[in-house]
Ligand binder design. Structure first.
Ligand code: NAD
Length: 484
């Protein structure tokens, strides 16, 4: 299999917040990998812009260190690293004042693709957008990339959209949700819409239910005070899980184009029914042998914020009527695992005498670890002894199936940044999608706040509170095992 890396057009990418955690851990190591693979054409430049009063050499040294720490094996390629660092430049800038802007205006070229990555707190988005215009840096073709969180409710999301749309058109705004950049997420669309096999079964006639789990082992320590104002519903469900739900549930778009795909995703969000309080379980991790409690990590002894959510929801349309979607996400869980599982219905009738077990086809799509998918099928147990049936997985782990090309299973950030340069918005959230997602999420959160809802404690290293098990148990179903 030949790996094809198609270079993008020459670009100037300005990273506001270029000295921050995200830039050092993800954005720049990712860009280095794209550079090494030949995707970043000669003449392209990356300009860090942040508050620190360092010069370009100081910035290059900082990024060299970041790549050594976060860049994996590739960081040892010193020739490429030196060439990559030569593409970097830096401007000390104040988003809230005029310092540094004239300097930036000098550096950014207008005859190449211009992209501005807002890797800063959302409270600065308006200032950056405003100054990019008042200093005549942005052009009608410039792109801006904005990070999550995109608001903390419908009102704040609307306000952010309004601020950005004062200076940029929707087709210039790239709202990043890095889950959409994952290889498997795109594969989900390839599997659904590139095969004749699945689509006929993708509905309430054949699907019993769907599960989406995003389990993390990490605690909130280190970002506790930020997280405590957010919680799992805002931090994970409203964006990442919602996007996965959309891709799994949407109607086939007429073509794989940005607006066609996003129109279909929007319809799914709009068709989501309100969730009854007894269909949601909130949890908060307790202290365990491996670490302190959530409240300790959040430095808030009376916190009611959830570090875990499990919920059951329904999509009110012909395809999905009656099919429950179970969503679950949490911190400090048993294993780091993200998986979407489609559980098909039982056979109406079995012809195999004495076979009392329930055999089900289950398609699971793993986002992490071991990106890939498997399909559980029923076969005859090998050997003599009659017609005994067993379930086995048809496993496709990309690393096994694609061999050396699996190295090209690129990190989500680098893929998405290349899409920005290409001008492809398919994997970015549109403003109306984000608002619709908040419109569905807000009443849930407001309900908790009004009731002073106290999350259920769960043991760190477990799969969440007991009530989350019961959510499915009551329906005669069970969660997939959380396996790392
Ligand atoms: P950070 O605090 O590590 O870095 C913030 C950056 O913003 C720094 O480079 C700082 O110099 C710059 N900055 C702050 N005030 C400024 C000002 N007035 N003018 C110019 N520059 C200014 O933050 P981070 O973790 O890198 O996060 C950046 C954004 O990305 C945030 O919106 C965050 O929510 C989002 N995000 C971060 C992560 C992550 O893993 N770190 C993940 C998802 C989203």
């Amino acid at each position: 299999m030949v790996s094809r890396v198609i270079p993008v057009e020459t670009f100037d990418l300005v990273i506001f917040g270029g000295t921050g955690d995200l830039a050092r851990r993800k954005i720049l190591p990712g860009l280095f990998r794209r550079f090494r693979s030949g995707q970043m054409p000669e003449g392209s430049r990356i300009i860090g812009a942040a508050r620190s009063e360092i010069d370009s050499d100081g910035y290059r040294a900082m990024i060299a260190e970041a790549i050594a720490e976060f860049g994996g094996d590739e960081a040892s390629d010193s020739d490429s690293l030196a060439a990559f660092l030569a593409t970097l430049d830096y401007v000390a800038i104040d988003a809230k004042g005029d310092g540094g802007w004239a300097d930036l205006a000098q550096k950014v070229r207008s005859d190449v693709v211009q992209a501005f990555y807002f890797s800063v707190a959302p409270s600065l988005f308006g200032d950056l957008a405003e100054r990019l215009h008042s200093h005549k840096i942005a052009t009608p073709d410039s792109r801006i990339v904005v990070e999550k969180p995109f608001g903390r409710d419908l009102d704040t999301a609307r306000a952010l959209n309004a601020v950005l749309s004062t200076h940029f058109n929707e087709d210039q705004i790239y709202r990043i949700d890095h889950y959409l950049g994952k290889e498997t997420v795109q594969n989900l669309m390839a599997v659904r819409f590139g095969n004749v096999l699945f689509e006929p079964l993708w509905n309430n006639h054949y699907v019993d239910h769907i599960q989406i789990t995003v389990a993390e082992t990490v605690s909130v320590a280190g970002r506790g005070s930020y997280y405590d104002k957010s919680g799992a519903m805002r931090d994970m469900v409203q964006n990442h899980l919602m996007q996965l739900l959309c891709l799994i549930a949407m109607e086939p778009p007429s073509r794989f184009g940005a607006d066609e795909v996003r129109d279909e995703k929007l319809k799914v969000i709009r068709a989501l029914q309100p969730v009854a309080p007894h269909h949601i379980v909130r949890g908060q991790y307790d202290a365990g042998p491996d670490g302190p409690s959530y409240r300790n990590d959040a430095e808030n002894p009376r916190s009611f914020t959830e570090s875990f959510v499990a919920l059951k929801c329904h999509i009110a349309n012909w395809r999905w009527a009656g099919v429950p979607f179970y969503l679950r996400t949490g911190k400090r869980m048993k294993a780091r695992s993200s998986e979407i599982t489609v559980v098909f219905k039982d056979l109406g009738h079995t012809i195999f005498e004495g076979d009392t077990a329930r055999h089900r086809n289950i398609l699971s799509i793993r986002l992490q670890p071991n990106e890939g998918m498997d399909l559980q099928v029923t076969i005859k147990e090998p050997g003599p002894g009659g017609m005994r049936l067993i379930d086995v997985p048809l496993d496709m782990t990309f690393a096994d199936a694609l061999g050396a090309d699996a190295e090209e299973v690129t990190d989500a950030y680098e893929r998405l940044i290349m899409d920005v340069i290409r001008g492809n918005q398919t994997l970015f959230m549109r403003g109306d999608e984000v608002e619709a997602a908040w419109r569905w999420t807000d009443p849930i959160i407001q309900g908790w706040e009004a009731r002073n809802d106290v999350p259920k404690l769960y043991d760190a290293g477990s799969t969440g509170p007991e009530d989350a098990m019961m959510l499915l148990h009551r329906d005669g179903r069970k969660w997939r095992e959380v396996k790392g």
